[in-house]
Design a protein around this ligand. Structure first.
Ligand SMILES: Nc1nc2c(ncn2[C@@H]2O[C@H](COP(=O)(O)OP(=O)(O)OP(=O)(O)O)[C@@H](O)[C@H]2O)c(=O)[nH]1
Ligand SMILES: [Mg+2]
Length: 413
């Protein structure tokens, strides 16, 4: 863990008035007593740095600082050090104590915003005083994210992590390849794209186009057919394709028509890795086999498209899941940015491929589900499970396949 060069770690600074609970919060985030805490204002003098592996962001450095309302000559020197830290962090946590958000914090927020440093306001000590509604409204108007916690009681620490994750600059999140790492130059890839009523007029959808682009970037050869032409295309080829990628809707037919010697997967499974944490989504898929009649399932879409009579997310997946569970399920559909804060009523979350979402948006959703102990998977994996072919479609991702099998057997990581 400590091998990541310091410059590449995301630097997260904790700022605020003395005694607001900065050190208590840092210790809570890390889960260790690193920074000294006391009820004496001015306990932290020099900045305290702690490298840490903050799932799911990765390597970070937390920097606890001296209160920015320090007094006297020494206080001035301490504040100078804190201001130096203020200039070099990637994200700032502005910690507000029981006295609430005042001109002091406002100045800090203004400075950070003028520097274009992402920030989160932490209303700490919620056990003593709730944040003023006007302060919350004002921050909302300014587009500043705020979280209410009690660092002492360890309440709300996951929400701080989630907010940090949202604010993390995108370049700190490594973007995996869509398909390029599964193929070598010269390999042939066969794409199977059904053209049904749900297909957009005159074009292909983004995951298909992105896959084609990645095949070209890999100096490989792409060929595209509808599911009906797959068998005859395969017999006409003199060398076998390295990989067959199909739309989830035709996965059963394509699995049957593709010889076992050829790897096959779906566009949505490629998207599970490209846009999310594939291992966790595969684990979430394992929970499908435990669904019981009467369970509640959340279907989450990131775009608000017009739904069709036989819509995949709203009609087909709920129908297949009910068949699989052997009885009725309570299915809620949420579209766009509407992703519930509280996922605990759900036995399963099934998220769409997220072609219009950023990787970070998807990871934040997964993180929320994980913190709340709710299994989450995506459309493609869920469809492969209910069609009985997830083992086949995960063949080229052995770690994900293992994660799925372990979760299905009810084993932890
Ligand atoms: N009730 C309550 N007390 C808290 C909370 N968080 C911190 N405290 C207490 O507030 C006091 C100050 O906490 P610190 O974490 O040392 O605050 P700090 O911002 O690091 O203070 P300086 O280092 O002096 O700037 C301690 O007595 C903590 O136990 C909280 O959520 N609720
Ligand atoms: Mg301190």
């Amino acid at each position: 863990m400590l091998e990541t060069p310091k410059g590449l770690r995301l630097h997260i600074g904790l700022f605020g008035r003395r005694n607001s609970g900065k050190s208590t919060l840092m210790n809570a985030l890390i889960g260790q007593s690193i920074s000294i805490v006391s009820d004496q204002p001015g306990t932290t003098t020099d900045p305290v740095e702690k490298p840490f592996e903050l799932a799911p962001i990765g390597p970070v450095v937390f920097i606890d600082t001296a209160g920015l309302d320090d007094e006297g000559v020494l206080g001035e020197m301490r504040m100078k050090k804190t201001r130096d830290v203020l200039e070099r962090v990637d994200i700032a946590l502005v910690v507000v104590g029981e006295n609430g958000l005042g001109p002091f914090e406002q100045e800090l927020i203004d400075t950070l915003r003028s520097q274009k440093t992402p920030l989160v306001v932490i209303f700490n000590k919620a056990d003593l005083a709730a944040p003023a509604p006007e302060a919350l409204q004002q921050l909302k108007r300014e587009g500043v994210e705020a979280v209410t916690i009690s660092a002492l009681q360890l309440a709300g620490i996951d929400s701080v992590k989630e907010a940090l994750f949202r604010q993390a600059p995108d370049d700190h999140l490594e973007e995996p390849r869509l398909v390029g790492d599964l193929i070598s130059p010269g390999d042939m890839v066969l794409l199977v794209v059904p053209i049904d009523l749900g297909a957009p007029k005159g074009r292909l959808i983004l995951p298909q186009v992105q896959t084609m682009r990645d095949i070209l970037d890999s100096d490989a050869v792409g060929m595209i057919v509808k599911e009906r032409e797959l068998s005859s295309a395969l017999t006409r080829l003199t060398t076998l394709p390295k990989l067959v990628i199909c739309d989830s809707q035709v996965v059963l037919k394509v699995a049957a028509d593709t010889p076992n010697a050829i790897s096959m997967t779906t566009f949505s499974i490629l998207m599970a890795r490209f846009k999310g944490d594939m291992l966790r989504l595969a684990e979430g898929a394992g929970a499908i086999s435990r669904l019981q009649p009467g369970d509640r399932v959340l279907i989450a879409e990131t775009c608000a498209h017009h739904s069709l009579a036989d819509d995949i997310g709203r009609v087909k997946i709920p129908r297949w899941l009910r068949q699989f569970a052997g009885g009725d399920l309570e299915v809620d559909v949420r579209a766009g940015k509407d992703f519930p804060e509280d996922l605990t009523p759900y036995s399963l979350v099934v998220q769409c491929g997220g072609c219009t979402a950023t990787r970070k948006q998807m990871l934040v959703r997964q993180y929320r589900a994980e913190c709340q102990g709710v299994p989450m998977t995506n459309y493609g994996m869920a469809i492969s499970v209910v069609q009985g072919v997830l083992g086949r479609t995960l063949e080229c991702f052995p770690a994900a396949h293992q994660a799925y099998l372990r979760a299905m057997a009810g084993e932890g990581r």
